[in-house]
Structure formats: structure tokens, C-alpha cells
Design a protein around this ligand. Structure first.
Ligand SMILES: N=CN[C@@H](CCC(=O)O)C(=O)O
Ligand SMILES: [Zn+2]
Length: 422
């Protein structure tokens, strides 16, 4: 079959080995590394990848050949944990943090998530749409082509619904593919502070409405001291599972209070944060095939020093992903490249492990591995092109946007012309 376009002479192509499940252990540190590589695209899909001159049968009269000498191609990056749709911002908490106030202390005083809940409840659909659209533009610019987006700044049905509708509309309108998660139980509303079981009942009542209106595939909860207990998390996630939701859980971020056990018992797709996970917890995730999603930008931004034990988790057989956790409080960034670099600098992951974490494993985490996450024939032609000779350079040269171009469904949607100079 003839290609519409062939991108040629990449100094390196990184293509994960899609083995039908998240990569773990040694497989996490393996991938196809192709030198002088080409990628042939037909319509919106990958037709072939290889090395050297593309096969004659791929080239027709109208096939466009585009030279990417000196650059590196990887699958489009996938940010599989974000809280993208929110009102307001929280830079005022920064001074409190610098003065030593902890994340949970700020929340206890009615700030933190509860402050963003107030701003989000007050924001219109259009305001939330414009703000999120802008974040998505930045993300695309950094090489992200798919992302997960959670609700959770509503704490009432009206606002949760608005957040989810914004994500649904942007999934249609913006080049980035969005997978939605309903996180109604993100914090306890002020008026139910001493009645959090009643609030869990209210969130359970929202689940059928989310389903009926097809507003989210996943359900998530913040299982943490001062927020929701393991029992409450189990109750909500069991109800969600019964309705056909796939599950995620914020667990072991600040304290280890049983969220990991809930994830393993209910067969959650992913457990997230895990800075305080125990060895026993790691074994439980491995046995239950729950993906561990680690968010090193949150440790960095909260000015903590405990990073999730990513190396231990990989070695124990847990599938690992890395994400920004983009949100206005604990991690205000969309820069997935910086997060990947933290994965190496602070968690000692190799560049191959890091790229596998944000491509194929992240695709499994959002249940899209059949269409994205690798550059295999038939998958969406979602490609991140780095202005670097190899993936090692893309980790080593940190805190700089190293993207040269981004292809989404076979179309070049980002082109940084300054980097295109030879
Ligand atoms: N920890 C809970 N939720 C978010 C933070 C949300 C916020 O602070 O606004 C997180 O994943 O870090
Ligand atoms: Zn989160």
C-alpha cells in the first residue's frame, strides 16, 4: 500500500514493544530503537516503520517525503492523570507552602481543593472551556496527544456535570484525545465535614447520571487522611464497578490508609501517587495487575522529599506510568517532559523506562492501547518529534521544551520552526 507521507531519516525512532499488557520488570527497559528511521503514514494511521530507504511499495507519485534528519520520533506522549478542568488558581497558597504549611493543613483551613471548588462552582461552561482549551494547547506543544481528565472540583452534581461536559466537548474540538474520569469524591464539602458518609451516598447517586449521559469511563476517589477512608473508597468504587465504570484511586499519597488494598480487591486499572506505599502494598498491586501511576511533579511542587518507589515497583512486576497530575494546587504544570526527567533524576528510571511509562503503559492506563501508545501498523499516527539525536538527550537536557513537531492522526499539528533549522 502507498503512503500519503513518509517521515524519513530520523536519527532515532523509539517504539515500545506492545505485548498486550503493561510492561513490567526487564521488559520495561526494552524497546525497538531504530536508527536512520522512517515512519510511513496512510490517512490517520501508521502504515509502516523501518530503517534506511522506505520500501518502494510504500512510495507512490503523490507520496510526500519529509526529512527529519537529526531528530527523534516517539509515540505521542500520554498524560494519564490530570485535573485539567478547574476555575481560578492557587498561587496565593505558595507563600503558605514556603512558610511550611502542609497540603493537608491548607485543606483543613478551607483552602486547597475547597478553594478551587468555590472558583469552579462560580465558573461558567465557557470560562471552563476556554481555560482548559488553553491548557490543552500547551500540552500539545509539549508532545502530549492523549490525556486523562478528572472532574472533582464540583462536589455537587451541577458543577461535576459541567466539568465533565467541558471535557467531552474538548475531546471533540481539540486535537488531544481526552478520556474522562468522574472524581465526585475529591474532598469533603464544608457543610458535610462531620458527615462524609452522607456525601459518599450523594456521589453514589450521581453515578447513574454520569453513565446515562456517557460523561466518564472511569471513577476515582481521594483515599487519604482528612478525606475519604478505605471503607468509603471501597463503597463508592464497588458501586461504580457495578455500573460498569473502570476504576482508579488516589492512594498512599500522604499516608498509607488502605487505598492500595481497595485497588487490588476491586481490580482497579490504576492506583495513583503512591509516595507512601509499603512493600506489602507493592506486592498486592503486582498480584492484582493494578498499574502504579507515579506523579513526581507533585512531590517536587509540594516541596516534599519522598518520591514514590518506582524502581522497586518495576522490579516487583508492577506496570508503571508517569503523569503530570496537572492541577491548580499540588502540581500546577502541564510539562510532561519535566515529569519524565524527574522520573529519571529523582527515581532513577532509565530513559527507555520513562518513555515506556508515558507511551504504551499510559495507553493501557487509559484503556486505549488498541489505538495509541506505540507506532505499530494500524495505530493512530500520533507522533512526538524531539529536536534531539536520541531519547537519552531528551531526558538529560532538562526543563526545556524539546519538541520539534507533533503529529496527531497523521497531521502535523505543532511545528516549532526555530528548531527546524539545520
Ligand atoms: N490529591 C488529590 N488531588 C490532586 C490535587 C488537587 C488539588 O490540590 O487541587 C492530586 O492528585 O494531587
Ligand atoms: Zn490527582
Amino acid at each position: 500500500m502507498q503512503a500519503d507521507k513518509i517521515l524519513v531519516h530520523f536519527s532515532q525512532i523509539f517504539n515500545p514493544n506492545d505485548q498486550g499488557k503493561p510492561l513490567t520488570k526487564e521488559a520495561m527497559n526494552e524497546a525497538q530503537i531504530i536508527e536512520d528511521g522512517f515512519i510511513a503514514i496512510k490517512d490517520d494511521k501508521i502504515l509502516a516503520i523501518g530503517s534506511g530507504e522506505p520500501d518502494a511499495e510504500l512510495q507512490g507519485e503523490n507520496t510526500e517525503i519529509i526529512d527529519y534528519s537529526g531528530k527523534t520520533a516517539t509515540p505521542g506522549l500520554i498524560d494519564c492523570h490530570t485535573h485539567l478542568v478547574y476555575g481560578g488558581s492557587r498561587e496565593h497558597e505558595f507563600a503558605q507552602k514556603l512558610n511550611g504549611a502542609s497540603y493537608l493543613e491548607i485543606l483543613e483551613q478551607g483552602g486547597g481543593i475547597l478553594s478551587t471548588v468555590e472558583s469552579t462552582q462560580a465558573a461558567s461552561f465557557e470560562e471552563l472551556y476556554d481555560k482548559t482549551n488553553r491548557l490543552l494547547d500547551y500540552m500539545l506543544d509539549y508532545g502530549v496527544t492523549s490525556a486523562e481528565a478528572k472532574s472533582g472540583y464540583g462536589l455537587n452534581w451541577e458543577t461535576e456535570k459541567r466539568q465533565l461536559e467541558v471535557a467531552k466537548k474538548l475531546n471533540e474540538d481539540h486535537p488531544i484525545d481526552l478520556v474522562s474520569t468522574f472524581m465526585g469524591a475529591h474532598a469533603i464539602p464544608k457543610d458535610l465535614r462531620d458527615n462524609s458518609d452522607v456525601f459518599i451516598d450523594q456521589v453514589i447517586d450521581m453515578l447513574p447520571k454520569v453513565k446515562e449521559e456517557n460523561l466518564a469511563e472511569f471513577c476515582d476517589i481521594f483515599c487519604e487522611t482528612g478525606n475519604f477512608t478505605a471503607d468509603q473508597s471501597h463503597r463508592l468504587l464497588q458501586a461504580a464497578k457495578d455500573l460498569g465504570f473502570k476504576l482508579r484511586i488516589h492512594a498512599d499519597e500522604i499516608d498509607s490508609i488502605g487505598g492500595v488494598d481497595v485497588a487490588a480487591e476491586l481490580g482497579a486499572t490504576s492506583a495513583e501517587h503512591l509516595m507512601k506505599i509499603t512493600d506489602d502494598g507493592i506486592d498486592k498491586l503486582a498480584e492484582a495487575d493494578v498499574i502504579a501511576n507515579v506523579l513526581p511533579g507533585t512531590t517536587f511542587s509540594l516541596m516534599e522529599d519522598t518520591y514514590a518507589p518506582a524502581r522497586k515497583m518495576i522490579d516487583a512486576g508492577v506496570g508503571l506510568t508517569l503523569s503530570t497530575d496537572c492541577n491548580p494546587g499540588s502540581c500546577p504544570t502541564i510539562n510532561i517532559q519535566f515529569i519524565m526527567q524527574l522520573g529519571s533524576f529523582m527515581m532513577q528510571l532509565t530513559p527507555v523506562e520513562v518513555f515506556n511509562a508515558v507511551t504504551i503503559n499510559a495507553a493501557y492506563s487509559i484503556d486505549r492501547a488498541d489505538t495509541v501508545g506505540s507506532l505499530d501498523q494500524g495505530k493512530q499516527a500520533d507522533i512526538a518529534i524531539f529536536d534531539t539525536p536520541n531519547i537519552d538527550y531528551a531526558i538529560y537536557f532538562f526543563a526545556t521544551n524539546l519538541i520539534s513537531s507533533v503529529y496527531k492522526n497523521g497531521q502535523e499539528v505543532i511545528k516549532h520552526t526555530a528548531y527546524s533549522k539545520k
